[in-house]
Design a protein around this ligand. Structure first.
Ligand code: ZN
Length: 620
């Protein structure tokens, strides 16, 4: 459904004619965002469906095959433009006819446009191609980089604009398409995509996939490995390497309940099944919301189900992001701010408000720090509405989109009341499902349900178009953290660590405790803490990452091997960035940071090396 307000706002609405069948010409209306991160000209011709046939070659680290697109085009279209990055294009055909094409000049962010001539009757094109071994989206893990240490394990990460490095496509979040795929892999391996997935290994190594709902290219995903499946509930299950499967199954036992809670909040789940695959530790993000199959880091497997808010987050994306999608990466907060808000509501529904407020407060503390850091570089980037023209859209992936976005929505909720806001959100997801949304459209929808007094209280423009954090932000308090602070105070004033009351602390209370340690804590105190609480040996990555900030700062060298181990084995950017930063901030550990990086770099996905190369001023 399209909404009348779109036209009021002056968003271009263009009629595209599909010439697929001249006797049955269909007219398609489309909203066309201008995306400065794609070469595509969707108002002239755009893809509507793709059929992918791919062969996965482990030895040469190459994906090769053919992608066939159904095209919608305007009556005077004579070409279609796709995005590519590092692809080798072999030929372009329409059925038996060769089509002429050219690859345009390379842009350092966008890659190269693939411009294909479209004779009048052509509405289907097939591109024969292969990826390069260094394709940015794909990481070809060696057996040593997996949990099982026996088999290779390639996976893709397409967001934000990396899909073009493994499929020639119109790589813009506003352009949706359905897809089918046939993927051939070496015998004995399972292939999984962001689609209807197998649950068992195919004897011939050929897998067929179907994604009947239209998705944008950044949600295209593929992984291949020694993978097994275990069901968690009627619509939920987990995939992992065999040695990880039971641990993951235990960790995610509440997933079906999360799905039910999410539906109770904002309406039916639109994608059929919801499964999670736990990838090897070099996965650069916490999770990626690939439809029907979230890709997740193993760093959330803590053994005590304490880090599963990440699953709530990725699940929430099934509505915010995957159903209602940011129009361009400048509107990224619409994907992430909504998702953090929704995640918090799922966590509150499943674990209670006291628990979810701890999570909210930890994020808020992180946001305050990040605002200071970003403001020092470019205050513009602390606005919700970004301008990433000419820059890598990855630069917009900061706590601003996530946590400032969340706080803004929480401010709206607190101002207008939860019932009214929930009703608004429910119809927002429902009415805009499978459409793009930009900041202006969203604010127009929001303004329509606010009265003058509410608008005055919220101060929308201060939140969306101004830097930093408005002074009317919600105040988050946690009794549990107040209690942690009180115990910390006792210790600082001379009580022994054994005497402080920490028996029932959750992971989040421990993280708060570690964050709250005095800036200038000395090595002896750090050693005392470690002896009592064994932080350096923790199996919980969130605790380790927080703790290493303290050990590096205080030059507590006993933890150094663990720091190195962590950096070499874990590729999740959220942990790498602060840990390397802490190391390079001190003269005594600057060299060590570079030494560890030279060893670890090959284990990281390009998303992480991009950030770390810059941080460490790494020249190849
Ligand atoms: Zn997210």
């Amino acid at each position: 459904m399209k909404h009348p307000f779109l036209i009021v706002l002056g968003i271009v609405s263009i009629v595209l004619i599909s010439c697929q069948n001249k006797n049955n010409t269909k007219t398609v209306e489309n909203i066309l965002p201008k995306d400065h991160h794609s070469f595509a000209e969707p108002q002239i011709a755009r893809v509507s469906h793709l059929d992918l046939s791919l062969n996965v070659d482990f030895d040469n680290k190459i994906l090769s095959g053919v992608v066939t697109f159904q095209i919608l085009k305007s009556p005077d279209a004579n070409e279609i433009i796709l995005d590519t990055d590092g692809l080798k294009i072999e030929k372009v055909m329409s059925d038996d006819m060769d089509l002429s094409y050219k690859l345009g000049e390379r842009d350092k962010i966008k890659g190269r446009p693939l411009i294909i001539d479209l004779p009048e009757a052509v509405n289907k094109i097939s591109i024969y191609y292969q990826t390069s071994p260094g394709a940015k989206a794909v990481q070809w893990l060696s057996p040593e980089q997996t949990a099982q240490k026996e088999d290779p394990f390639p996976f893709t990460q397409s967001q934000a604009i990396l899909a073009r490095s493994w499929i020639p496509c119109q790589d813009s979040p506003g352009i949706r398409f359905t897809y089918n795929a046939e993927v051939t892999v070496p015998i004995g391996f399972m292939a999984l995509m962001s689609a209807e997935n197998p649950q068992e290994i195919d004897a011939d190594g050929t897998y067929n996939f179907k994604m009947p709902q239209p998705i944008p290219s950044y949600l295209m995903a593929l992984t291949v490995g020694n993978i097994e499946f275990k069901s968690l509930g009627k619509r939920t299950g987990v995939y992992a390497e065999p040695v990880m499967l039971d641990k993951c199954h235990y960790e995610f036992s509440e997933m079906e309940q999360m799905l039910i809670s999410a539906e109770e909040l904002y309406g039916p789940y639109a994608w059929g099944r919801y499964d999670v695959i736990v990838l090897p530790p070099s996965f650069p993000f916490g999770g990626m919301e690939n439809p029907r199959l979230t890709f997740a880091t193993p760093t959330i497997i803590a053994g005590d189900r304490s880090l599963t808010s990440l699953i709530a987050h990725e699940l929430a994306h099934s509505w915010s992001g995957n159903l209602v999608t940011n129009s361009t990466w400048d509107d990224f907060w619409l994907n992430e701010g909504f998702t953090v808000y929704f995640e918090q509501r799922i966590m509150e529904a499943v674990y209670g408000r006291e628990y979810s407020e701890m999570l909210a407060l930890l994020s808020f503390q992180g946001l305050l720090e990040e605002i200071v850091e970003i403001n020092a570089k470019n205050a513009e980037d602390t606005k919700l509405k970004l301008n990433l023209e000419g820059r890598d859209p990855d630069e917009g992936m900061s706590a601003i989109a996530y946590d400032k976005g969340y706080l803004f929505l929480r401010k709206v909720e607190e101002t207008i009341g939860r019932d009214k806001f929930d009703n608004f959100l429910k119809s927002y997801f429902n009415e805009n499902a499978f459409h793009v949304m930009d900041t202006k459209q969203f604010l127009s929808l929001l303004n329509a349900v606010l009265n003058e007094e509410e608008k005055g209280e919220i101060r929308i423009d201060d939140w969306v178009y101004a830097s930093g954090l408005p002074d009317n932000h919600p105040v988050i308090t946690s009794e549990k953290f107040i209690n942690v602070d009180a115990e910390m105070k006792k210790w600082i004033e001379g009580a022994t660590l054994a005497s402080i009351d920490s028996q029932n602390w959750s992971t989040h209370e421990w993280i708060h405790f570690i964050h709250s340690l005095p800036e200038d804590i000395n090595k002896e105190k750090v050693s005392e803490l470690d002896e009592e609480f064994k932080f350096t040996q923790s199996g919980n990555c969130e605790i380790l990452a927080a703790w290493f900030q303290v050990t590096i700062r205080s030059e507590y060298e006993i933890a150094d091997p663990a720091v190195e181990d962590f950096l070499v084995n874990v590729g999740r950017r959220k942990f790498l960035t602060p840990t390397y930063k802490a190391l390079i901030e001190r003269d005594s550990t600057k060299e060590k940071a570079r030494k560890i990086y030279s060893k670890a770099r090959a284990n990281y996905h390009s998303v992480s090396t991009n950030t770390m190369d810059e941080l460490l001023d790494w020249k190849l």
